[in-house]
Design a protein. Structure first.
Lengths: 229, 414, 169
């Protein structure tokens, strides 16, 4: 999937007030039983399948992500203690670590990525099925940390990262927090405010038109919208 | 029982994979299989190229470098006391040992005397670290053997050790507690009592581990008589640590060449007999208990006194002096901005890490940055024992042997 | 560690067998070091091995930039029965960085020699499989030489992610 980065065009909802009025009118029609077959189907598709079902899917995806068993360095040890007795990430449904990237939804980059490892990491990420998410855990793969040298590349150079976790290594609690953040992102409530804070409005990733014709989708999900679902 | 197992293995090999199988005229073709670097049982990002004949491993080539971080190069760019956190991240399960190997080498160059209390505190932390490292090894190896239950118990105790580290130094991993000349801070009150409590529970828990594993038939069948390497081969390969001790050689630098007041403590060195995987497991398991012994003795005999050297050229002055003494302020400023200068020369400081001889070579050119730092990491050398340990065994035994060799890839690649 | 006298005795023994092998001896901070000529490395190491220093503890390269000859290889030998260490080192010029391999004496020198080759570009003659070990096989340069830049990249934050090439470009 080719993803380009572009300024967002027109606002997502054109003439929001007017559309809302029409929707309300049609909802009343449906309740009165005035909608006929074709209109009823269109209504169900629009109101139930695309929004409610998406919401349900997002809720399910966010609550049962399978992380890939993929440890790189120090952070992997802290990642391993996450499903352990004390933190028990199984409470949130993230404990099923999968050895195969095909079965995994989430890649936790736990440690430093060397230039020798980067193509392999990218390949593992590409092997994962959509929808997929990635967490970059620790300073090394987020920003190279103390090892800003010839051997290390930050993860942002070669793959998209959804959540960065600071720390060297981060506490398991920090990773748990990151996973919960990712969950809220998946379920349609992206944490707002940071783009404004970093003067980065308009840097949302826009999926190329070739992948989803007619849809100017952004992967900072609107409420009820998920990528590829 | 034991001979039965080995006989079975030999019989299997001789019937299925002999050069001329009876009647069939079957020709076995060698198959080359890639294992890793993303593989759950390679303990990191080790990559192995296996040449298989059926299920028998005929040749094995480790390919490493997937977490090469350039730490030795980075260390050359930093002042001596900023190198400590960098080298700690090499072998990420034995960070206290990495820090001590480097600090000890610099202390040797500077000819600084470390106070007795600091030495004891170092010993306590290093032995706690050894327990922690062996616990991670035990947990992850048992996952590889299919016994995930053991992992929960091992990581439960690991969290207790990390709590102690957090209490004394503020961090769980990579604590940067050791300084050139001593330790950065004295232990908080109540810490010694909690350490004693921990060693008490650890002893009980290690009994429970024995109860879980030592009589487990599956565990024993996968451990006994697999991955055998004799002592001579190991020494030629440069292998040290629990692997060498499991083969019957009681070489332990803590006893042979005591450093950091290890001569004050009474402890035994566990030694194996045959050098198979079971011996490696037993040796490490017994080392956990011996570490508890050392910790108890060090806590009981913890001397009073300063926790870091009084040499103000090397160690930061205490905080309260900064308000009253101009000299202390100057020293503080010089140390923080520039660091201390080290007389030119080269030293090699070897200590016993959980995986073997951890040597740190430091070359100083007289400036405040080291001209060369090299870590002789035991995992890097021990990894070469993979091929002799697994040649002509089953591929299933390869995973068990690799788990028992306990390479830490951060230390291998540095 | 052999004391200063013991080191001289060892060096004298080596000189008797190989007259121009030992260049210098150094006793520093209790550690004994013998500098040898690069042509006689194997002879010296074999002789020391016979004397009991039979464990190759460490093998590493050093770059003495800007001194000449620049490169160097150190062998840390250990006598396990006497608990004695000795360091053998050889200096090699940059344009002729060749030294004999000791893999046939100590099989454990295999990985360390490959590491020194990878990081410093010192060629070990007679090594069975001298390839890069830590860096990718197509990497150019020897990173741990002193004149090799440390490298590093600008860190991508949100405010500068469109200026620095990331995964999207």
């Amino acid at each position: 999937m080719e993803i380009t980065r572009a300024k967002l065009g027109a606002p997502a909802v054109e003439g929001g007030g007017e559309e809302f009025r029409i929707q309300g009118q049609r909802a009343r029609d449906m309740l009165r039983g005035d909608l006929t077959d074709a209109e009823l189907e269109a209504y169900v598709e629009e109101r139930v399948l695309t929004t409610t079902l998406d919401k349900v899917t997002a809720w399910a995806q966010g609550n049962s992500m399978f992380p890939a068993t993929f440890g790189l360095a120090c952070c992997a040890i802290e990642m391993m203690s996450l499903p352990g007795a004390r933190l028990d990430i199984g409470r949130f449904g993230f404990e099923a670590f999968r050895a195969s990237p095909r079965q995994a939804d989430m890649l936790i980059l736990s440690g430093r990525v060397s230039i020798k490892m980067a193509p392999i990491v990218r390949r593992i990420y590409d092997q994962m099925l959509e929808p997929r998410w990635a967490i970059s855990m620790g300073a090394c793969c987020s920003s190279m940390g103390v090892f800003n040298n010839y051997a290390i590349v930050p993860a942002d150079k070669f793959m998209p990262i959804d959540v960065h976790v600071p720390g060297c290594p981060p506490r398991p609690e920090a990773l748990a927090h990151a996973i919960l953040k990712l969950r809220s992102k998946v379920q349609g409530h992206p944490p707002r405010g940071w783009r404004e804070r970093y003067e980065a409005v308009g840097t949302e990733e826009v999926v190329g038109a070739a992948d989803r014709p007619g849809v100017n989708a952004i992967n900072v999900f609107q409420s009820g919208e998920t990528q590829g679902a | 029982m034991s001979t039965g197992i080995s006989d079975y293995r030999r019989r299997e090999e001789s019937t299925s994979y002999s050069a001329e199988p009876a009647g069939m005229g079957l020709e076995q073709e060698m198959m080359t299989v890639n294992m890793g670097p993303h593989h759950p049982s390679t303990h990191g990002v080790l990559r192995l190229i296996l040449t298989l004949e059926g299920e028998i491993v005929r040749d094995i080539k480790p390919i490493i470098g997937y977490v090469h971080t350039g730490i030795e190069k980075t260390a050359e760019q930093k002042a001596y006391w900023k190198v400590i956190p960098v080298v700690e991240r090499m072998d990420y399960l034995s960070y206290y040992f990495n820090a001590y190997a480097f600090c000890g080498a610099v202390e040797k160059l500077l000819e600084v005397d470390v106070p007795k209390r600091a030495q004891y505190l170092r010993v306590i932390h290093m032995e706690l670290n050894r327990i922690m490292s062996h616990l991670v090894w035990l947990g992850t190896s048992c996952i590889d053997l299919g016994a995930i239950g053991m992992w929960w118990y091992a990581f439960r105790e690991r969290e207790q050790v990390l709590d102690l580290f957090e209490m004394s130094s503020g961090q769980r991993m990579h604590t940067r507690y050791f300084q050139v000349g001593g330790v950065i801070e004295d232990i908080p009150s109540g810490w010694a009592r909690r350490v004693k409590q921990f060693t008490k529970t650890m002893r009980e828990r290690s009994q429970q581990y024995s109860a879980l594993l030592d009589k487990n038939e599956i565990f024993l069948q996968r451990m006994r008589h697999t991955g055998v390497v004799d002592e001579r081969t190991l020494i030629d390969l440069g292998v040290t640590g629990p692997l060498l001790r499991a083969a019957g050689n009681p070489w332990d630098l803590r006893k042979a060449d005591p450093y950091c007041s290890y001569e004050d403590f009474r402890f035994r060195i566990p030694v194996g007999t045959t050098g198979d995987n079971y011996d490696r497991y037993r040796v490490r398991h017994a080392e956990i208990l011996e570490s508890c012994e050392i910790i108890d003795q060090a806590i009981d005999g913890l001397p009073e006194g300063p926790h870091i050297t009084e040499d103000r050229k090397v160690a930061l002055p205490p905080r309260h002096e900064l308000a009253t003494s101009m000299e202390a302020l100057i020293h503080h400023f010089k140390l923080v901005t520039e660091g201390f200068r080290v007389p030119p020369g080269e030293v090699y400081n070897a200590i016993e890490s959980p995986r073997g001889e951890l040597g740190c070579f430091v070359r100083s050119d007289g400036s405040s940055k080291p001209a060369r730092v090299h870590m002789r990491d035991p995992s890097f050398v021990n990894l070469q024992a993979t091929a002799p340990a697994t040649r002509d065994t089953y591929i299933a035994d390869l995973v068990a042997t690799l788990a028992m060799l306990d390479p830490v890839l951060g230390g291998v690649d540095r | 560690m052999p004391d200063a006298t013991g080191l001289e005795l060892i060096a004298q023994g080596l000189r008797d067998r190989h007259p121009d092998a030992v260049l210098d001896t150094l006793h520093f901070r209790g550690e004994a070091t013998i500098s040898v000529a690069s042509a006689h490395v194997r002879d010296v190491l074999l002789a020391l091995r016979e004397q009991g220093y039979s464990f190759l503890a460490s093998l590493h390269g050093v770059d003495y930039y800007p001194d000449e000859p620049r490169l160097s290889v150190h062998w840390q030998l250990l006598d396990m029965s006497a608990v004695d260490r000795i360091c053998v080192k050889v200096r090699l010029p940059l344009d002729d960085a060749h030294v004999d391999s000791v893999v046939d004496i100590w099989p454990g020198a295999n990985h360390p020699e490959r590491e020194v080759y990878d990081m410093f570009g010192i060629v070990f003659d007679g090594h069975p499989d001298l390839r890069r070990i830590l860096m990718p096989e197509d990497y150019e340069g020897h990173p741990q030489r002193r004149d090799f830049p440390v490298g590093g990249e600008p860190v991508i934050f949100t405010y500068n992610e469109d200026k620095i090439p990331g995964w999207t470009q």
